[in-house]
Write a protein that binds this ligand. Structure first.
Ligand code: 6PG
Length: 633
């Protein structure tokens, strides 16, 4: 914990800081000592410091704050006059901001009696003008004697210490594991789960009972005491199912929230709902962050990938806590980034899931061909996938698939006992709807959703199978050669999947002025999340040069190499009775995307024929429209 005493020159930061540090038995640092000589000379001459003077000075202090926090905390005296400056200092999770306030005349009289300080008293006016008073932290009057100011601050601190830094609502798999992760990182927490008689009873208390070492966690089954247990401004993370449940929960929380409090929705909410909620809560002066959380149970417990969007001020309040618990990328940086305004965080998570659907379907189709076209035993399929993991195809979903294929029950593969009806909770379908709304070609990832829809029609499929008795021809010659082609087809499909997902983000970002940073999004997806992969690591660099994967030089080289194999695999699969919707859609989209002169001229002519919709000509100015009487007279 760092206590920052801030305010204009002469407000008593140094005197009060020294007394407070002695009382709390933590070191005291005076921001003035970190000024370079040039800054001190300027201030001595009565010349106000500029941003150029202050920013390096504040960055230097911020760097030191990280070590002070590790060494057990400190009291810092620093003017930190406006939000821009304070933001630079917000580098540790727990800062107590204490603004020392006094009238101009009081401070002027104190400055007049101050001797031996480099600061020219004439600077008070400019400092008063620069001072921005935030709506967080404590404001203490310096009219009192310094001893009394210190007493007031220590009183506030002891009340604060009995309260939690963050509250988490919802002790399902994700909520519970995020709570344990935060607790591991020395965050004091209040956890809450609703009480539903006979269904959800003492859920939060049971989390504590199952994890007896959690000294900084308090459990609640009632909302009021839970909210009262939080430090102000309150920071509440909701980890509950998407949909109306969120609105209901917000309604219940409102009576316990004050302006400046923060709500974070960490579920898989529809980004449009998050847009609406952001506006609703803004009207009430509450901060709202819609945050995508990826990585499932293990990610939540040991390092998720986090995609927060919405109020940037709100994000900054929780960023230091979240950075500690997030997964780390290959350079050790936390897999979290502020994505953009309103529902941008949930939008990005939605597209993550859409790519996830595509990646899962691609593996499923490739597995199925190995199993039933090549008639390979389960272990051989697992071994093939394992060898792919040594290449640039390595990815988390393939890795878990190997474990799945090897899982046995009574000596038989467990996979063979699982009903082939795939479920979904919404994000894949919402992405398809968004692609339609924005006119983005999205066939490939759409097929991943449609394949799940078709799989769900098991009874229908069983009747149809009986009627058509489709022949699936297996055991082809040249197994090794086909496996090589399958590997290439798989990687080509993956590149195309990612191109579709990122193209959707590009379109929506441009239309909404969200300025999504694709390199940064890819970086946040290099670890912790379900679609982490070596390809994603390559995309971090690729997006620094080009926002379109397919137009990137490396992608062009790779896809030129893979293209024929993907076509071959799809052709073989279809001719031998195997449905490969994602792989076929991938090659179709790819071939369409690299066709400069397409068949759409005929579509335009047909539209003009029956509906006089007009068309443009390649030999006329763009924007000029033509109509033809097509019928032969
Ligand atoms: C993740 C996952 C996670 C979950 C989704 C998808 O990133 O950790 O995407 O959020 O798996 O809810 O679930 P469905 O397949 O049920 O839509």
């Amino acid at each position: 914990m760092i206590i920052v005493l801030y305010g204009v020159t002469g407000c008593g930061k140094t005197t009060i800081g020294a007394l407070l540090s002695a009382q709390l038995n933590v070191p005291f640092y005076d921001g003035d000592h970190f000024h370079p000589v040039a800054n001190k000379q300027k201030m001595n001459a009565g010349i106000p410091l500029t941003d150029e003077d202050r920013i390096p000075w504040l960055k230097n202090i911020a760097g030191n704050m990280i070590s002070w926090e590790k060494q057990g905390g400190a009291v810092l005296a620093c003017s930190a006059l406006n939000e821009k400056y304070r933001k630079i200092l917000k580098v540790v999770p727990q800062i107590h901001w204490v603004l020392l306030q006094g009238s101009k005349s009081l401070i002027k009289s104190r400055l007049a009696s101050r001797i031996g300080h480099f600061m020219n008293p004439a600077l008070l006016d400019s400092q008063m003008d620069t001072l921005e008073i935030p709506d967080y932290g404590w404001k203490v009057s310096v009219k009192m004697k310094p001893e009394n100011v210190v007493e007031e601050i220590t009183k506030k601190l002891s009340t604060m210490e009995s309260k939690s830094e963050i509250g988490i609502i919802g002790m399902g798999v994700m909520g519970k594991n995020l709570a344990l992760n935060l607790a591991d990182h020395q965050t004091s927490l209040s956890i809450y789960n609703r009480h539903l008689p006979g269904k959800e009873e003492k859920v939060a208390q049971k989390v504590l009972e199952a994890n007896p070492g959690l000294s900084q966690v308090r459990a609640f089954g009632q909302l009021k005491p839970f909210m009262e247990s939080l430090q102000s401004p309150k920071k509440v993370l909701m980890m509950i199912p998407a949909g109306e449940v969120i609105d209901h929960q917000i309604d219940e929380l409102l009576p316990f929230m004050n302006p400046g409090d923060l709500l974070v929705d960490g579920g898989n909410s529809n980004y449009k709902d998050t847009n609406t909620r952001s506006r609703f809560l803004k009207e009430k002066d509450l901060l709202f962050v819609g945050m995508g959380v990826s990585g499932g149970e293990e990610g939540a417990r040991f390092g998720p990938s986090l995609m927060p969007g919405g109020d940037q001020q709100g994000f900054l309040q929780v960023a230091p806590f979240l950075e500690k618990i997030a997964a780390k990328d290959f350079k050790g940086k936390a897999c979290i980034t502020y994505v953009g305004p309103e529902g941008a965080g949930h939008f990005v998570k939605m597209v993550h899931n859409s790519i996830e659907y595509g990646e899962m379907q691609a593996i499923a189709e490739v597995y199925y061909l190995m199993r039933h076209y090549l008639a390979l035993p389960m272990e051989e399929i697992a071994a093939n996938f394992e060898s792919w993991m040594d290449s640039d195809m390595s990815n988390y979903l393939l890795e878990i698939t190997i474990d799945i294929l090897r899982k046995k029950e009574a000596g038989e593969p467990l996979l063979d006992k699982i009903l082939d009806q795939a479920a979904q909770k919404g994000t894949g379908g919402w992405s398809v709807a968004t692609a339609l709304e924005y006119g983005v070609p999205y066939g490939v990832l759409t097929e991943a959703v449609m394949a799940r829809n078709l799989s769900a029609r098991k009874p229908f499929r069983m009747i149809a199978a009986g009627l058509y008795t489709p022949e699936k021809i297996s055991g082809i010659e040249g197994k090794e050669a086909f496996l090589d082609k399958l590997q290439a087809a798989y990687q080509a499909t993956r590149i195309i999947n990612h191109d579709a997902g990122f193209s959707l983000m590009l379109e929506v970002s441009e239309k909404n002025n969200w300025n999504l940073n694709f390199s940064e999004i890819a970086r946040v997806w290099t670890n912790g999340c379900i679609i982490r992969s070596r390809l994603m690591e390559e995309l971090v660099d690729l997006f620094q040069e080009n926002n379109r994967i397919l137009l990137n030089y490396e992608a062009v080289t790779a896809l030129k190499g893979y293209q024929n194999d993907l076509s071959y695999v799809v052709g073989q699969a279809l001719q031998h009775g195997f449905s490969v919707p994602l792989l076929s859609s991938a090659i179709n989209y790819f071939l369409g995307a690299i066709t400069a002169d397409s068949s759409a001229n005929l579509i335009q002519a047909q539209r003009d024929y029956f509906g006089a919709h007009t068309y443009q000509r390649i030999d006329a100015d763009s924007g000029e429209h033509f109509h033809t009487e097509w019928k032969a007279k």
